[in-house]
Design a protein around this ligand. Structure first.
Ligand code: MV4
Length: 446
C-alpha cells in the first residue's frame, strides 16, 4: 500500500480523499495555490506544498509544479479528485513516467472516453445501447443530411471534444440542419480547437441516469446501481439522488449487468460512471466519466461502500473489497450541492463565512471544506459543501432533507439553500416526476 498520497485538488473533495487516506494509515500531502493558504484541506493534511498563484491554470492545473511537490515530499501516488487534472490522460502518463501512481484509470481509457465519438462507438461495440445517429463522425454536410433524414428530426449535433453541453446545436428540421451544423462546428473549433462533430436523434424530455462501476486489476467488475442527476441548471448538477425514482429493481439489474459486462470487456480499472439519457423506458449512452464524481456520496450512502478507499486499493493493485453478490442497495439518498450563490440569480457570492452550523443526526452527511471565518476565494467554483441525506425510503429521505435544510446555518454569503427548500416542496419533485429540463422550467416560474 502507498505510504504517502498527494491530493491534487482543493475544497471538499480534497478533504474527502484525505479522510479515506487517514483511515487506511496513509499520510497525505496537500497542494494549494497562494489563495488557499488558509484552506481546510491544507490544515488537515499531514504536509502541504504551495504550487503557484491563484489562477488554477498556474496552480491546480500546473503539472510540473505538482510533480515537483511529489518529488519534494516523496509521495508515491496522486489522487486527482474531480475536475482539474482528473481526466487529463497526459497527467496520468507523466506521473507513471516518474514512477508515481495515478489513482485512476489507465491513460488509454481516459483518452478514449475524452473523444465522444470514439467513446460512443467503443461502448456500442461492447453492447451498451446508444442514441441512434451517425456511426462515427460527420464526414460531409451531405452525409449529415442523409443520417438526419434516416433517424428523423429533430437531431442534435455534438462535438467530439465536447461534453458538459458545449458545442451542441439542435436542428428542428431539414431547413435548419446546415445552420445548426455550421454553428456547432465553429463553437467547437473556438472552444476546443477541434471541430469534429457527430449527430444524434434529439431526445426531448429524457432523464439523466448514470451507472456507477468499480473494476480492479484481478478481473472483478461490480456495478453499484444508478444515480438520477436530471436536476441540472446550465449543465451544472444541482441535486442528485439514488436510486432513480424512475427505475425499479428489474430495470436496475438489467442496465447494471449490461454495463458490468461491457466494462469487464473493456479492461477498465478503477471507478467510472456511464451516463445515459433515459426516456420511455429505454437507456441511451451519452458519455463515460473516468473519475470519481461530485455526487458519489449518494451511492456510498445506499451501498455502504467507501468509493475512495476502493480507488486507492485498486490503484495499489489490491482486489476491491466486495463482490457483486455482496452489494446491497439500502434505502434512498439525496445530495444537495450548496453553492455560494444568490438562490434566484445564481450570481456567485464569494466572501467571508461569518457563521457556519451544519446539520447532524441519523442519516446526515455534510462534505465541506469551509469553516467560520473562512474566506471563499473568487477564483474557483462556488461549492460550499454537499449535504447528503439518507433514509429508509424516498419519503423519509425527503422529510429528513427538509429538516436538515432548516438546521443548516451559513452566514456572510448567499447560498442556494433557499432554492432547495422550495424545490423539495414541489409536487413534481415529491412524485419523482422530472426530467433534464424540469429544473430550468421550475426556476423560470414566478
Ligand atoms: C442529448 C440531449 C438530447 N438528445 N443528446 C447535454 C450535455 C451532454 N453531456 C449531453 N447532453 C444532452 N445530450 C440527445 N441525443 C440532451 C442533452 C442535455 C442534457 C443532458 C443531461 C443533463 C442535462 C441536459 C440539459 C440539456 C441538454
Amino acid at each position: 500500500m502507498f505510504e504517502k498520497v498527494l491530493i491534487a485538488n482543493r475544497g471538499e473533495i480534497a478533504l474527502r480523499v484525505h479522510r479515506a487516506c487517514q483511515e487506511m494509515g496513509i499520510s497525505t500531502v496537500a497542494v494549494h495555490s497562494t489563495a488557499d493558504s488558509d484552506a481546510m484541506h491544507v490544515r488537515l493534511a499531514n504536509e502541504s506544498v504551495c504550487i503557484g498563484p491563484a489562477p488554477a491554470s498556474e496552480s491546480y492545473l500546473n503539472i510540473p509544479a505538482i510533480i515537483s511537490a511529489c518529488e519534494i515530499t516523496g509521495a508515491n501516488a496522486v489522487h486527482p479528485g474531480y475536475g482539474f487534472l482528473s481526466e487529463n490522460a497526459r497527467f496520468a502518463e507523466i506521473l507513471e513516467a516518474h514512477d508515481i501512481t495515478f489513482i485512476g484509470p489507465k491513460s488509454d481509457h481516459i483518452k478514449m472516453m475524452g473523444d465522444k465519438i470514439v467513446a460512443k462507438s467503443t461502448v456500442k461495440a461492447l453492447g451498451i445501447p446508444v442514441v441512434p445517429g451517425s456511426d462515427g463522425g460527420i464526414t460531409s454536410e451531405e452525409q449529415a443530411m442523409k443520417v438526419a433524414k434516416e433517424i428523423g428530426f429533430p437531431v442534435l449535433f455534438k462535438a467530439a471534444a465536447g461534453g458538459g453541453g458545449r458545442g451542441m446545436k439542435v436542428a428542428k428540421d431539414e431547413d435548419h440542419l446546415l445552420e445548426a451544423l455550421r454553428t456547432a462546428r465553429s463553437e467547437a473549433k473556438a472552444a476546443f480547437g477541434d471541430d469534429a462533430m457527430y449527430v444524434e436523434k434529439y431526445l426531448g424530455q429524457p432523464r439523466h441516469i448514470e451507472v456507477q462501476v468499480v473494476a480492479d486489476a484481478h478481473g472483478n467488475v461490480v456495478h453499484l446501481g444508478e444515480r438520477d442527476c436530471s436536476l441540472q441548471r446550465r449543465h451544472q448538477k444541482v441535486l442528485e439522488e439514488a436510486p432513480s425514482p424512475a427505475l425499479n429493481d428489474a430495470g436496475r439489474e438489467k442496465i447494471g449487468e449490461i454495463v458490468r459486462r461491457a466494462i469487464g470487456k473493456l479492461g477498465y480499472l478503477g471507478v467510472g460512471t456511464i451516463e445515459f439519457l433515459y426516456e420511455d423506458g429505454e437507456f441511451y449512452f451519452i458519455e463515460m466519466n473516468t473519475r470519481l464524481q461530485v455526487e458519489h456520496p449518494v451511492t456510498e450512502a445506499i451501498t455502504g461502500i467507501d468509493l475512495v478507499r476502493e480507488q486507492i486499493r485498486i490503484a495499489a493493485g489490491l482486489e476491491m473489497s466486495f463482490t457483486q453478490e455482496e452489494v446491497q442497495f439500502n434505502g434512498h439518498a439525496i445530495e444537495c450541492r450548496v453553492n455560494a450563490e444568490n438562490p434566484k440569480t445564481f450570481a456567485p457570492s464569494p466572501g467571508t463565512i461569518r457563521g457556519f452550523h451544519t446539520p447532524g443526526g441519523l442519516g446526515v452527511r455534510v462534505d465541506s471544506g469551509v469553516y467560520t471565518g473562512y474566506k471563499i476565494p473568487p477564483y474557483y467554483d462556488s461549492l460550499i459543501g454537499k449535504l447528503i441525506v439518507h433514509g429508509r425510503n424516498r419519503n423519509e429521505c425527503i422529510m429528513r432533507l427538509r429538516r436538515t435544510l432548516n438546521e443548516f446555518v451559513i452566514e456572510g454569503v448567499d447560498t442556494t439553500i433557499p432554492l432547495f427548500k422550495d424545490l423539495i416542496a414541489d409536487p413534481d419533485f415529491m412524485n419523482g416526476d422530472y426530467h433534464i429540463h424540469w429544473l430550468e422550467e421550475f426556476l423560470a416560474r414566478d
